[in-house]
Design a protein around this ligand. Structure first.
Ligand code: COA
Length: 566
């Protein structure tokens, strides 16, 4: 079928659906929901059999749903209606939730249901649930709905009467923290229901702001409710009536989202630094620990859970220290496990944007990333695995390649290219690492492609090495099994082969040479006369709404596009 993805943004869910539909053999084109006239033009050009809408922020006009059947993916169970479904479910502590594929009609979310899937809720942020449970349920439900559609079967049913539950958009008054009465659990639910957008309006250091990225703290910290009590690695510990919790990110009015302590540099400087009591070791307690290490027999597991997968200069430096420290441990295999939602999205674009000199800050950040990559490449007395449970983008995809093996969870969406960020050349030794895996032409194709890449494709093309199960439990079990096997009998032979390869490669062309060539290009991107990167970054961090659909997504707008004749 010809399927038009109509979406507010090409977000992670839209990307995953785009990839899955292509794998299923459909011809997929994308149009951003910018203006009704533009959508109608897309229908005329593409003549889709069906419109699939994974992420809309407004109602579709009749001129669209009256012309072509439109499947809306709604993040709620059948009968649920409204733009804040997941927010209400989290805030109210629902134990199960769902995703419905319904056909658009006059009333918002009011059409007949073609498929639905349910899932158990986790105590996690809205964006984490969206990236995992909602995405997996949406993919399954859409698959069922498409099968029915192709088979000529109609919708399943139309929710009526008491089955309909229309909820309004959640407002900041609904999200407001009542510091006198709300306990930590209640506060965490409110913050999770608003993460990553729109955050919860509050005050820190007497200034209005939005709070994001909450984590529990089970230690004995006590302090005035609503007051910042201390800081740790960019996060702020905030007091509550019955304990304390961490706020990872904050946004002051009229500014961009930043690590909370960097959003309030003056106020935070006066607070005590509260280092993790366990150092790099993973704490058995609930606490803020963005980097943590644990050992299971011959396998060391280094997690780094950076908000948004963004890795600023300081985070890269600390992660490098943690890698160096881990390399002093006896484990034979070091697994770089990233976080559950992201492995890495490369440089921290918000921190760069907020700095007095974004060009200098970009330069520092890319050098810190390259230092980290070099440390990983230099680990010559053990095998290093990058295990991607969460998505990765730009430099993050190539940083992972610095490990000896890259294992990726099925369902992970990769964006291994830099071009969408103002034609960045990119570094992280991709000019060394990529051709060795996919050849010169393959490397150029990956960088030029600009489109998301599924985990299967990454493994099929040799960019990454193994596909691990999609469900988190299966992923961790297989990761542990494979890592232990790697540490087993053929360990020394593999290690010797690795050392030999590195020595031979270095003799052919040094790492320093690759690095300086890549950085010469990056220097031009940061300090040169072409401002594309600075413009693209500013638009990205300010979340400027798109004015048109990028040409590489809108197949129907390509020169020479013709609707295939039946
Ligand atoms: N720096 C700062 N913030 C970043 C980031 C980065 N490198 N990458 C992602 N984020 C933030 C987004 O702004 C968004 O924030 P929000 O919750 O406040 O809205 C959040 O992480 C999730 O990102 P989003 O774009 O919604 O996720 P996605 O899964 O839909 O898209 C990417 C993933 C990788 C395609 C997209 O995030 C991206 O292009 N990131 C930039 C990558 C890059 O160019 N890095 C620099 C070169 S090394």
């Amino acid at each position: 079928m010809r399927l038009l993805l109509l979406t507010h943004a090409f977000n992670s869910l839209a990307q995953r659906i785009f990839l899955d539909l292509q794998v299923q053999g459909h011809t997929v084109s994308v149009e951003f929901d910018i203006a009704d006239a533009v959508t109608e033009e897309a229908l005329t050009l593409f003549k889709p059999h069906l419109v699939v809408a994974p992420f809309l922020k407004r109602r579709l006009p009749e001129a669209v749903w009256g012309r072509v059947p439109c499947f809306i993916i709604h993040p709620g169970p059948p009968g649920d209606r409204g733009p804040s479904s997941l927010d209400w479910a989290i805030k109210e502590g629902a134990s199960r939730w769902g995703v419905t594929v319904l056909q658009a009609e006059g009333e918002l979310d009011g059409g007949p249901v073609w498929a639905h899937e349910a899932f158990a809720m986790r105590p996690a942020s809205k964006s984490s649930l969206y990236r995992h449970e909602v995405t997996e349920a949406a993919v399954r439900a859409l698959g069922t709905a498409l099968e029915r559609f192709e088979a000529g079967a109609g919708p399943l049913f139309r929710p009526e009467g008491e089955a309909i539950r229309a909820r309004p958009a959640m407002r900041q008054v609904d999200r407001a923290i009542r510091w006198e009465t709300d306990g930590v659990e209640e506060i965490l639910r409110k913050l999770r229901a608003a993460d990553g957008q729109p955050g919860v309006a509050a005050h820190l250091f007497g200034e209005p702001c939005r709070l994001y990225d909450p984590r529990p703290e089970s230690g004995a910290f006590r302090g005035e409710a609503g007051q910042a009590l201390g800081r740790r690695e960019g996060a702020l510990l905030v007091g509550a009536r019955d304990g304390a919790f961490w706020v990872g990110q904050a946004r002051r009015e009229g500014r961009i989202k930043l690590p909370a302590s960097q959003a309030f540099p003056e106020g935070s400087a006066a607070l005590p630094e509260l280092p993790s009591e366990t150092g790099w070791w993973r704490s058995p307690q609930d606490t803020w620990q963005d980097i943590s290490y644990e050992e299971r027999g011959p396998v060391g597991l280094l997690r780094f859970e950076f908000s948004h997968g963004a890795m600023g200069t300081e985070q890269c430096r600390r992660l490098r220290q943690a890698v160096e420290w881990s390399l002093g441990r006896p484990a034979r295999v070091l697994v770089l496990a990233g976080g559950p939602d992201f492995w890495s999205n490369g440089m921290h674009l918000n921190l760069i944007e907020a700095s007095p000199s974004p060009a200098d800050a970009s330069w520092e950040n890319i050098n810190a990333l390259d230092d980290l990559a070099e440390t990983i490449l230099g680990a010559q007395d053990r095998l290093v695995v990058a295990a991607l449970q969460g998505n990765a983008g730009a430099g993050g995809c190539f940083l992972a390649r610095a490990a000896d093996e890259v294992w990726v969870r099925q369902g992970v969406v990769l964006n291994p290219h830099y071009k969408n960020m103002g034609n960045l050349h990119g570094s992280e030794f991709w000019t060394y690492l990529l051709p060795a895996r996919v050849g010169e032409a393959g490397a150029r194709a990956i960088l030029r492609h600009r489109l998301p890449m599924g985990a299967e494709e990454a493994v099929r093309t040799g960019f990454y090495d193994a596909l691990l199960p999609g469900d988190p439990a299966g992923f961790h079990a297989e990761l542990a099994r494979r890592a232990e096997k790697l540490a087993g009998e053929s360990f020394f032979a593999r290690l010797e082969a690795k050392r030999g390869r590195r020595v031979a490669d270095e003799a052919r062309k040094s790492l320093a040479a690759y690095r300086s060539e890549e950085l010469a290009e990056m220097r031009r991107n940061f300090f040169g006369f072409d401002p594309s990167y600075h413009v693209a970054r500013a638009r990205f961090v300010r979340k400027d709404p798109p004015a048109w659909t990028p040409r590489h997504l809108a197949l129907h707008r390509e020169l020479g596009w013709r609707v295939p004749q039946p």
